[in-house]
Write a protein that binds this ligand. Structure first.
Ligand SMILES: NC(=O)c1ccc[n+]([C@@H]2O[C@H](COP(=O)([O-])OP(=O)(O)OC[C@H]3O[C@@H](n4cnc5c(N)ncnc54)[C@H](O)[C@@H]3O)[C@@H](O)[C@H]2O)c1
Length: 327
């Protein structure tokens, strides 16, 4: 049986749903503190057992691993706000790094040595070249990015010393919602551009701030690589399956290799919603690179994976979710 940490969050709940669709007879145990997650995201999944628990609870995690005979872990639990990580580094080191160490200690004690980890393109920092492949130097410019890089290094240590098999998936910008319309993105505060733009279309937000219009990009606004959460979920299951034969660690970018500018996002959001998106230009934010696009060819080859969604279907599913949001 597998254990999913952070499985009531945005991407974790999408993975749990995908897993239960692909393996309807198998059970899943989810640990989530519900600090950011939503119980509703797992509603209707009869094979899923949710345990409200913090990954920092060493005894609790150990007991669960043993009680449910867990043989692999998919680890999403973390705090994810880059801005907040700069204001409160201790909160991020404690939760993302110490919490992960607790989880890994409990796993090693129970001889659970297979793990898929949610890493991030934030581990690369300012790109020296794009598209970014896995050999690009990792110099994170935020505390959040540092926490993800530290966990990658700790996992390499467990792999070298204790023979763990793991895959760290470095996602670019997760976006979109489940095709059922049952689950989707619900962060408070919301910081991601697509839900923010769609909230303006819906009238629940007055205006979208666009940070910078003088970048060296085709239309002057920042370019990012948006990857649908269903595509991320599919890659996690493939990575998990590979662990049964994999030795050591793998590091894989997950993105589409297509860069969309902020102006393009606004255009497609207007087309899909059929509404005008009121936006204003604000000064650049420090630390925002002009372009972040993945070279995901390693994941394509290693996992036999390629994204099924494009920008339009990302925004269509996100819009369907925003108009009937349940939580
Ligand atoms: N959203 C993105 O674009 C993106 C990009 C790259 C990487 N990631 C990574 O993907 C993972 C999931 O991101 P998300 O967008 O779904 O975030 P999210 O906040 O929606 O989900 C994280 C979940 O983890 C839970 N959690 C946090 N700390 C916990 C702890 N100590 N113990 C138990 N549960 C805890 C939260 O309650 C939440 O349900 C994170 O590790 C994040 O860093 C996200």
């Amino acid at each position: 049986m597998i254990l999913v940490t952070g499985g009531a969050g945005y991407i974790g709940s999408q993975f749990v749903r995908h897993y239960t669709r692909c393996r309807p007879t198998e059970k899943v145990v989810v640990i989530d503190s519900l600090v950011e997650g939503h119980v509703e995201a797992l509603e209707g999944l009869s094979n899923v057992h949710l345990e409200q628990m913090d990954i920092g609870d060493y005894e609790g995690v150990r007991n669960l691993l043993t009680k449910h005979s867990i043989d692999a872990v998919v680890h999403f639990a973390a705090f994810c706000y880059v801005g907040e990580s700069q204001e409160n580094p201790g909160k991020y080191y404690q939760n993302n790094v110490s919490g992960s160490i607790n989880l890994f200690r409990a796993m090693e004690d129970c001889l659970v040595r297979k793990l898929v980890f949610s890493s991030s393109c934030a581990t690369y920092g300012l790109p020296l070249s794009v598209p970014i492949n896995e050999k690009h130097p990792q110099n994170p410019i935020s505390i959040y990015g540092q926490t993800k890089l530290l966990v990658e290094k700790i996992l390499s240590g467990f792999s070298d010393a204790c023979d763990w098999s793991f895959t760290a998936l470095r996602y670019f910008n997760a976006a979109g919602a489940d095709r059922s319309g049952m689950i989707g993105e619900s962060h408070d505060p919301e910081t991601h551009i697509i839900p923010l733009a769609l909230k303006v279309a819906l009238g629940t937000k007055d205006v979208l701030q666009v940070y910078g219009e003088d970048y060296d990009t085709p239309d002057g606004t920042c370019v990012r690589d948006y990857i649908h959460v269903e595509d991320l979920a599919a890659a996690h299951l493939l990575a998990l399956e590979k662990l049964s034969t994999q030795k050591g660690g793998q590091f894989l970018n997950l993105g589409t290799a297509y860069g969309a500018s902020v102006k393009e996002i606004i255009d497609v959001c207007e087309q899909v919603s059929g509404r005008k998106i009121n936006h204003v230009f604000a000064p650049r934010r420090s630390g925002d690179p002009p372009v972040l696009v993945a070279d995901a060819s390693k994941a394509n080859a290693y996992l036999g994976w390629s994204p099924k969604h494009n920008l339009r279907s990302i925004i269509e599913t996100a819009w369907a979710w925003q108009t009937q949001k349940r939580y």
